[in-house]
Every structure is written in structure tokens, then in C-alpha cells.
Design a protein around this ligand. Structure first.
Ligand code: KIV
Length: 324
């Protein structure tokens, strides 16, 4: 049996696809519109990894504890991965895809097949960022054996660098089993969207002493089980900062604290494309809702007035005498 690390290629650049990157860049980058050299951006360790021609790995992310903040965004599709890849350290194929792209009311609408299909698209569109794929509800909670089988499927069918799952003490055995198999795991504590029905809504965490103690127990359990980092979502700012100081692996905040070791947002929220309620913790860096609506309005007007297609968008017949 292959060693765990070799088997899942978790060492930066160990993936056969990653080893092929320098050759790919030389031969295909100009054709694909990718620059022929990798950008060295995002902190010392990551720059070194990137300039060596490797995809950023989970160990490089782990080493960023207390350093330059880890920049993370969600990505679900090939074009968005292409656009985000050079600017971020980590792309998360979040189960939020069920809500954002598929219109489900909660992340409980995500399936393993859905996560794998989006994971494959993001891997095709990225070559630099560390790609983490979420394990959907129902694919890991009931046993370590199920969690391991699901994590193996995700990694084998997408080639991603790691999986993420929600929970603390109650999923420590699942995390430990996946990590023991050589697959890096990112944890997710605090507000856990997959527990929305159990919790009776999206409830901010860390508002009672009892809950703060539970958060510390969860963080310690996730760290001890071997996760390389964890998301802290929807948690009182000071508590998220304390958790970050208390734990030795990087914390990635969302609705948490600027003191976390990194930040993540849903990319559709970040670019102002979200059509339903935008959460309080989101900062919109663009207004793509208006851009898309305005483009659709102008296109509709030009189609109705026969301005589109214009002379540049149609094909003229070639006279027979000029044909080859
Ligand atoms: O699914 C998701 O997008 C997430 C992030 C919000 C952390 O889990």
C-alpha cells in the first residue's frame, strides 16, 4: 500500500498533476491565457511554494499561523476559479453552492455528487490556490468509516488538496480517521450552517459562558484530531480572537474577527451578486447585480430593435472564386 502522503499527494507539488505544472506552463500557458510563470504573492512560504511551480499545499497554509493573513474565497465554477486563483491562497468549494448556485434554502441541499462536480470544475480552473472541498451533510456524521469513504471519493475524483467538515468534539473521530489516511482536513466550528434545522436558525455563537466553553472544547478537539486549520463562523469577535490565540493551527474567520489567521467570504457575496439577503458580515467589493441587470437590459433593447447582432457578429458568404 502506498504511504498515506504519496497516496493522496498531500505534500505540496506531490500530485502528478502538480508535477506536470512546469511543463504545462511552458507548453500550454500561452494558449490558455495563463502567464508562463507563477505569481509569487501571498507571503513568504506561499511565494516559495508558488515559484517552485507547486500548488499551495495545506502545510504551507498551516505554517501561516500568526503570519500574513490567509486569503480565502469560495469558488464553485471553472471561470470563477480562473479569475480568483492568482489573488487568493485558498479556494473553498463550499456546500454553500447548494444555496448560491442551485437555489436551495439551506446547505442541506448539497450532495456528494454536487460537491464532486463543482470540485472538478474548480480544480480545472485553478493551478495555484489550495483547493478545499466541503463534505456535505449526510456524508460523514454517522461514522468514521462513512466519513473516510466520502473523503476518499472527493479527493480521488477531484484531485483537491483537502476536505472540510463541520463540527467539533462530535466529529473528532471522523477527522482523525481521514487525517490518518493522509487526507488533510479543515474543520469548521462556531455557526454551522448544516445544523441550521437542529439549532432553529442561524444563531451567533459565543454569547454565553457555556457556549464559549463548548467552542474551546470543539477547537481543541479539531486541533487534536489533526486538522490543518479550521473555519470559525458567526462567532462573537472577542471569542474568535481568543480561540485564535489559544489554538496552534490557523483559524479562518467569517463573521468572526480580524484577528483570525485568515478570512473567507462567499465569492458571490463579495462581488455583489447575491440576490437574496446579504449577511451583516459581508463586505461587497463590487456591484455585479447592477452590472448583470444593466447588460441584460441593454441586450434586450438591442435585440428588440434589431441592433444586435450587428455587422461584427455575423458571417458573410465567401464568393465561390475565393474558396480554397
Ligand atoms: O460553504 C461555505 O461556503 C462555507 C464558508 C462560508 C466557510 O463553509
Amino acid at each position: 500500500m502506498l504511504s498515506a502522503l504519496n497516496r493522496y499527494n498531500r505534500v505540496d507539488g506531490g500530485n502528478p498533476a502538480c508535477q506536470a505544472v512546469p511543463l504545462f506552463l511552458k507548453l500550454c500557458a500561452p494558449l490558455c491565457g495563463y502567464p508562463a510563470s507563477l505569481p509569487a504573492e501571498g507571503g513568504e512560504d506561499l511565494a516559495a511554494d508558488a515559484s517552485a511551480g507547486a500548488r499551495i499545499g495545506t502545510e504551507a497554509i498551516r505554517r501561516r499561523k500568526g503570519g500574513v493573513p490567509i486569503v480565502s474565497l469560495t469558488a464553485y465554477t471553472y471561470p470563477v476559479a480562473r479569475l480568483l486563483d492568482e489573488h487568493v491562497d485558498l479556494l473553498l468549494v463550499g456546500d454553500s453552492v447548494a444555496m448560491v448556485l442551485h437555489g436551495h434554502a439551506t446547505t442541506l441541499g448539497a450532495s456528494l455528487e454536487m460537491m464532486i462536480a463543482h470540485g472538478q470544475a474548480v480544480m480545472r480552473g485553478s493551478r495555484r490556490a489550495c483547493v478545499v472541498v466541503d463534505m456535505p451533510a449526510g456524508s460523514y456524521e454517522s461514522s468514521a468509516a462513512l466519513a473516510l469513504a466520502s473523503a476518499r471519493r472527493i479527493v480521488e475524483e477531484t484531485g483537491c488538496q483537502a476536505v472540510k467538515l463541520e463540527g467539533g468534539v462530535e466529529v473528532a473521530a471522523q477527522i482523525a480517521a481521514i487525517v490518518a489516511d493522509g487526507i488533510p482536513v479543515m474543520g469548521h466550528i462556531g455557526l454551522q450552517p448544516q445544523s441550521v434545522e437542529k439549532d432553529g436558525g442561524y444563531r451567533i455563537k459565543g454569547r454565553t459562558d457555556e457556549n464559549v466553553a463548548a467552542l474551546f472544547r470543539d477547537a481543541e478537539a479539531v486541533e487534536k484530531a489533526g486538522a490543518f486549520s479550521f473555519v470559525i463562523e458567526g462567532t462573537v469577535e472577542a471569542v474568535a480572537a481568543d480561540l485564535t490565540r489559544h489554538i496552534s493551527i490557523p483559524t479562518i474567520g467569517i463573521g468572526a474577527s480580524a484577528d483570525c489567521d485568515g478570512q473567507i467570504l462567499v465569492s458571490d457575496d463579495m462581488v455583489g451578486l447575491t440576490v437574496d439577503r446579504v449577511p451583516k458580515f459581508v463586505k461587497e467589493y463590487a456591484d455585479l447585480r447592477s452590472v448583470v441587470a444593466d447588460a441584460a437590459k441593454r441586450y434586450a433593447a438591442e435585440v428588440r430593435s434589431r441592433q444586435f447582432p450587428g455587422p461584427d457578429h455575423v458571417f458573410k458568404a465567401i464568393p465561390d472564386k475565393d474558396k480554397a
